[in-house]
Design a protein around this ligand. Sequence first.
Ligand code: DUC
Ligand code: ZN
Ligand code: ZN
Ligand code: ZN
Length: 484
Amino acid sequence: MASTVIKGGTVVTADLSHAADVKIEGGVITEIGQNLKGDRVLDATGCYIMPGGIDPHTHLEMPFMGTYSADDFESGTRAALAGGTTMVVDFVLPGQGQGLMDAAQMWHNKSGRAHCDYSYHMAVTWWGEKVWEDMAESVKAGITSFKHFLAYKGALMVNDDELFASFRRVGDLGGLAMVHAENGDVVAELTAKLLAEGNRGPEAHAYSRPPQVEGEATNRAIMIADMAGVPLYVVHVSCEEAHEAIRRARQAGKRVWGEPLIQHLTLDESEYFHPDWDHAARRVMSPPFRSKDHQASLWAGLQSGSLSVVATDHCSFTTEQKRFGMGDFSKIPNGTGGLEDRLPMLWTHGVGTGRLTPNEFVAVTSTNIAKILNLYPKKGAVLVGADADLVVWDPKAEKVITAGTQQSAIDYNVFEGHKVAGLPRFTLSRGHVSVTEGKVDSREGHGRFVGREARPAVNRALSQWKELTAPRPVTRTGVPATGV
Ligand code: DUC
Ligand code: ZN
Ligand code: ZN
Ligand code: ZN
């Protein structure tokens, strides 16, 4: 079996940094040590050898707001590898009334073209006995995390009774509950009011989703998760109000994790006041970009450990698609890209500024989420036996981000013109050298689905509400038969 050795670099993990060579055979790491020999040698002089990035939050080819997100598993995972990310976790989004496993099969049909490994979260977009039953099937099929939207009223949103029932079911199955936390009722009211008052431009999108809608929903989801006895992962934490609720929960010993996005860490609300409609609309996403004060809160969260993971929520739309919302901001497809830029942007603004150490960078881009999602140490590790999903990172390599050279299928980049220092010299997907100094040589269809195991024994919330989490009779849909 042909072997590859990465020589002359410094292995950087979430725990430590040490000079070592890394040997790869059959797609896994087989040796870490000094003076290793192999059939092929990759020169890592001056570079860090890190676990490839894991982006736990993507929406590839997703039906949404009357269209489909523009990057599919082919272009999306190619973009990921170009930026040093070697695994994505995408959201299966069942339609109203659609079975979960039916939807999962649709996702499997789309993901066959992936260039890197991938896994799925399951979205709970409606509630009923069929969903309750399918959740067990989903866990058996390796899809053990379940996302709930508290926004998108009339479409994806679930109400609190459904949320509580679903959270309890996830807890009983040993899974992980996830939440998009914005108060959808308030967003709908504010949207109607703004439109009625003639505020129809992209900036009104931000007005319709103030930090309070996120703070309220985050706090509510945390309390409901606590009563349901389930650990909770809060996606796209964008503001101090949401971060504060997560900090408080963690301090109280609850199993709650928060995920800021690279976009919210580096771009702010002034983007929505750009005189060019296209510029502003291209940056419409939910939650919206915030003020610099909120950005400071998110950075502090990463530094202190109250926020755990940096993701992208990659959900890209072309300018043409964004223009569906000309004259009515509520019809602008929500979403921005970032798969190719997450690592370089976080390195530049995090490590480059001294906010994060290289080890902390590895933790928040790869290792922490691998542990949260029960992927570790197959993924997120530089250890013998781990998949050789690696990035050889050159901290001195520079570029200016521009749509002209990106892998993504869209015609712009929200980070256009940003100068980054820190880029992959090589990206390896299960040992396959997929990127060399910006040149992409990845293989369509090389990616594999990675199923995950539930963890009933360890994955419980540390609830203060023991009487509610004790076993008791429930109906098939999880609503208590008596009492409460
Ligand atoms: N937010 C977005 O901006 N796009 C996809 C879904 C979401 O929650
Ligand atoms: Zn969301
Ligand atoms: Zn999302
Ligand atoms: Zn090859």
